[in-house]
Design a protein around this ligand. Structure first.
Ligand SMILES: [Mn+2]
Length: 290
């Protein structure tokens, strides 16, 4: 099996325990991951959803096994709880089978930049003044995700590429766009005001990597719709990767040459992709030059 080598990997919003979790892709990513530090940036296990209904399968179990396996192999694994796994916030400071639970961390890149890492739900209080609005938004989002799941099944049956209804809806909703913009501004401002070079978070399921006014803003995205991870290479450079595209492209090219593997760092390979996916992949793989 080809391995994916990097210094640090950041993932968030996996939502294990729900049907929408795309655990198969994540288990594949973790099985190939060869890094020094893995940071789980919250909402990894959806304890909140599991109180209502539990969905669990072999892929989800494999994700948990891979995480403990990495810790056993000597990777520094940090788990920062989010709002969907906030029961774990009572365990901050503890280590579970080598996985260190922390509220937030400062990550120092190989080239010396200091980045604040947190899940990001702490910015909701200032962004969402109306709790009812938040609740309605949550319900609508869950309905969209469930519809996503059915559409995904139909598209797989028809051998069509992955397409996300909820991503489509979010990109067209003015309210969602405004929320995302305000979240990003609040996170960047918090990092700047506390003397950091940038911020890494999750929570809003919108992967991003850019530098504005000298502050780096990174969002690791999610493994419900996008299957994205933020990667730091040995030289300290940051990249976003889209693992679902990678798996699909790699699988279609590498039939019969499973051990050959792609070259890393992974570059977006957009040939043969539908235009809307190609644009997203290219946009998502920008590298921050600061
Ligand atoms: Mn969250």
């Amino acid at each position: 099996m080809s391995t994916f080598v990097c210094r640090t990997a950041f993932i968030s919003d996996v939502h294990l325990g729900t049907r929408q979790c795309r655990a198969g892709y994540l288990a594949d990513f973790l099985a190939r991951l060869n890094c020094e530090r893995l940071v789980l940036v919250g909402d990894i296990i959806d304890l909140q959803a599991m109180r209502r209904r539990i969905y669990w399968d072999d892929d989800q179990a494999a994700v948990i096994e891979q995480i403990f396996m990495l810790a056993r192999r000597g990777v520094e694994v940090i788990y920062i709880p989010g709002n969907h796994d906030d029961a774990l916030r009572t365990m901050i400071g503890a280590r579970i089978k080598g996985v260190h639970i922390l509220g937030h961390i400062e990550h120092q890149t190989a080239d010396g930049r200091r980045l604040l890492v947190s899940h990001g739900d702490e910015f909701d209080d200032e962004l969402l003044t109306c709790r009812v609005q938040h609740w309605i938004g949550d319900q609508a989002y869950h309905l969209l995700l469930r519809m996503n799941h059915w559409i995904g099944g139909v598209r797989r049956y028809l051998r069509r590429p992955y397409w996300s209804l909820s991503v489509w809806a979010k990109e067209r909703s003015g309210r969602a766009r405004r929320y995302i913009a305000r979240f990003e501004a609040a996170a960047s401002r918090t990092a700047r005001e506390n003397g950091y070079d940038g911020y890494i978070g999750g929570h809003i399921h919108k992967a991003a990597l850019r530098a504005e006014h000298g502050v780096i803003y990174c969002n690791t995205g999610d493994w419900v719709e996008h299957c994205t991870a933020l990667i730091e290479d040995q030289d300290g450079s940051l990249h976003l990767i889209h693992w679902s595209d990678h798996v699909r492209l790699h699988a279609s090219r590498a039939v019969g040459e499973a051990e050959a593997g792609p070259r890393y760092p992974l570059q977006p390979q957009t040939s043969g992709l539908p235009a809307y996916l190609a644009a997203r992949t290219a946009a998502g793989a920008q590298q921050v030059e600061t």
